[in-house]
Structure formats: C-alpha cells, structure tokens
Design a protein around this ligand. Structure first.
Ligand code: 13P
Length: 406
C-alpha cells in the first residue's frame, strides 16, 4: 500500500516534528533515484510534478510511470501537482493520479487567490485530495540562478494567513519567509519570528518552497516551527548536471547512456543527504502505520439495453466516455460489450475512481446526473451497480546490476 493519503503523511510529520521532502522530478532518472534513495533511508516521500516543467516531459506518460513506481515502493509515497495554475490543471492532475495538488495563485490579489484556491479545494476535497495553497510570493525559478529572476519576495502576513486558511479550507500552506526558488549565492535571511507566529496561529502543516541551499541550522529551525514539507529541486538538477559534465569532460566520445550513467546516483546521494537533514529518514514505518492507504475504487455497472440497437448503445457509450471522464476524481472510463451472448448482462461500464470519496461526488455531479438520467437509465432498466476497493499486486523493483556500488 505505499501510496498513502498525503494529509495523513503530513500530519505524521507535523506531530513528530520532521519534514517530508517534496522532490520535483523531470525524468525517469529522477523518479527512480528519489525512490531508491528514500527506500534506502526508510523515508516517506512526496513525488512532485511541477506544472512549469510540463514542457520537458509528457505529463500523462510521466504520471503513469510515477503511479506505478509509487505503488510498488516499500516506503509511503504521495504524488503531488506542484505549482498548479488553474482549476482545470488541478482536475487533470487528480484524474491522472495525483493525490495532492497545489494551487499557486500567490501572484494574484488576496481576494482572487482566495477565490481560486477555495474553488479548487472544494472540488479536491470531494475526491479526498490534499490541497496546498500559497500566500505571499516566493521569487525565482527552480533550477536557475536566483539572480536571473529577482522578482520581489512578498512575505506571508500572519493576519492574512489565518483568514486565508479559514476561507479556503486548504490542508497545508506554503509560506514566504525569505527563501527563493533556484540557485543562490550565499544564504537567504529567513524570518523565523514570522514563521513561528504563523505556526502558532494556524496549527496546520506548513510548506517551504525554494528548499535548495539552506544551512543545516535553517532546516532545523524551519521544522521546529511547523514546516512539514520542503520543496527541493535545484540541487538535484545541479547534482545530475554535474555528473553529466564530469563524464563529458573525461570521455568526449560518451553516448547518451554513457553521459547519463552517473546522474541517477548523484540525485540519489543528494536526496539521501536531505532526508537525513529533514529528519524524514527512518519515519517510513511510522507513516505506514498511521496513514490511510490511498486505493482506487472501481465502479462497475452491468446492464442490458432496452429499446436501443447496437449502434445506439455504442453512441451512448462514446458520449459517456467523454462526459464522465472529465468529472473530478474519475481516473478511467471503459465501456464494454459481453464477449459471449449467453450471459445475464450484455453491456458494462468500468469506471475507476481516485478514491472512495469519489463515489458520492461522482453520483451527485451534474454531468453524471444529466447523462445518467437523460441517456443511460432510460435504456438500462435491468442493471447491477457495485463499487469495489481495488488492490493489486505490484512486483517489487528488482535491483539493477551495479546498484549499491557508489
Ligand atoms: P528549489 O529549486 O529552490 O529547490 O525549489 C523547489 C521548489 O520550491 C519547487 O516548488
């Protein structure tokens, strides 16, 4: 069950005063290295996919691999949309398999930030998804020199934070207290008094963006003051790039796989270092014991079609696939026809939900109600409908030759 409810994971960290690393991944090398590292240190982990990185990979394909890898992991994992920019991107991320989403409306006015975040939170909570909001502004761009994107850091206001959380219902809050995204010269000054006041006022897990490049002491003080999720990317990117450059420098004839050969190990080592600094190393079993497993549910409908010929049923099913798969929390919609004629029901739907909560929100969703009442139920008077929680066997990852040699 290594995919777990993200809110439960964060609350374990909050109660036990450590932070979970939320590592952004941009390739399968990152995915494998992060999980391998966290399995090695027995650390819970958040696999983050940042919307600003979608130009570097195919989100749908990456999500399929990420979910597969998470399900076979030996440590608790959550999958998170990082810096989601819209309601639509949150729905897409949930329907592809994220069980946490961030709404980044921090560049908008307070009122507009609240409005968008509340809309996403209301939708996401009906699917059991954890939501992160951001208040204040963390400047910079992940993976680049912070000086190149100076932007103006806007510190999170303690008074606004309380009102923001009350109005939006977010489960965790990204705060701006002086960090920046990307590579910095020197260390930023962090406003720990402000952080302590926000923590005392909210009492919910806090998130730090721009996790690269702080001192051990700074990480420790962040965690002491309620930070339970630290977003971390630039140092992983730099570690991988450094390993690639080193191969290129000593072997000008290296091919693609040769150039990348040491990148995974470099990422793994950096994640391991951070899991120790964040205090997440060794916490996996505690999370597994206290967090709810994140399991999909299959909504099965077997039916016979009355008064519609085969072409009519096919057309109705095509419409259903389109309309129903856009409903929040719906992972997959498949419509089928019985292989053999002598069976009690000749048609079926297999609809996969992100979690058990979606059973109710899907049933009441206006698009489902319109389709079911207008097209489906009138022709499917004979039917059977049951929801099943799904479990499957995911083979454990096999160690590759040379693994562990570093
Ligand atoms: P860094 O790239 O500075 O580590 O920040 C990562 C981040 O905040 C992703 O959301």
């Amino acid at each position: 069950m290594p995919l777990v409810d993200m809110k439960d994971m964060l609350h374990h960290a909050y109660r036990n005063r450590y932070a979970v690393g939320a590592f952004d991944l941009v390739s399968l090398d990152f995915l494998e290295a992060i999980l391998r590292s966290c399995e090695g240190t027995d650390a819970p982990v958040i696999l983050s996919l940042a919307e600003s990185h979608f130009e570097h990979f195919d989100f749908d394909l990456m999500m399929a691999a990420t979910e597969r890898a998470a399900r076979r992991a030996e440590i608790p994992v959550a999958i998170h949309l990082d810096h989601g920019t819209s309601f639509e991107s949150a729905v897409r991320a949930i329907n592809r398999g994220c069980n946490g989403v961030m709404v980044d409306a921090s560049h908008l006015s307070f009122a507009d930030n609240v409005a968008l975040t509340r809309r996403v939170t209301e939708m996401a909570h009906t699917c059991g998804i954890t939501v992160e909001g951001e208040l204040g502004y963390v400047a910079g761009v992940e993976g680049e020199d912070a000086e190149k994107h100076p932007g103006e850091v806007v510190y999170t206001s303690v008074q606004e934070a309380r009102s923001y959380v009350e109005q939006t219902g977010v489960d965790c809050l990204a705060v701006s207290i002086g960090t920046v995204h990307g590579r910095m010269r020197g260390r930023p000054e962090l406003d720990f008094d402000r952080l302590a006041q926000i923590d005392a006022s909210l009492g919910i897990p806090l998130v730090i963006h721009g996790g690269t490049g702080l001192s051990e002491e700074q990480y420790r003080r962040l965690i002491e003051n309620g930070v339970t999720k630290i977003n971390y990317y630039t140092a992983l990117s730099d570690a991988a790039a450094g390993a690639i450059r080193a191969v290129a420098a000593r072997d000008s004839g290296a091919g693609y796989t040769g150039l990348l050969a040491d990148a995974r190990n470099a990422i793994q080592v950096e994640v391991e270092r951070m899991s120790h600094l964040f205090g997440s190393a060794g916490q996996a079993q505690g999370v597994l014991a206290s967090a709810r497993p994140w399991r999909p549910v299959a909504h099965l409908i077997l039916y016979d079609a009355d008064g519609l010929d085969e072409a009519g049923v096919e057309a109705m099913m095509a419409q259903g696939r389109e309309v129903l798969s856009a409903i929040p929390g719906v992972r997959r919609v498949a419509a089928g026809r019985a292989v053999k004629a002598d069976v009690p029901y000749h048609w079926c739907w297999v609809i996969e939900f992100a979690s058990e909560k979606v059973i109710d929100s899907y049933r009441d969703h206006p698009d489902h109600v319109a389709f079911a009442d207008g097209l489906f139920r009138p022709i499917a008077r004979e039917r059977l409908s049951i929801d099943y929680e799904l479990r499957e066997r995911c083979e454990k990852r096999k160690a590759s030759p040379g693994e562990g040699r570093s």
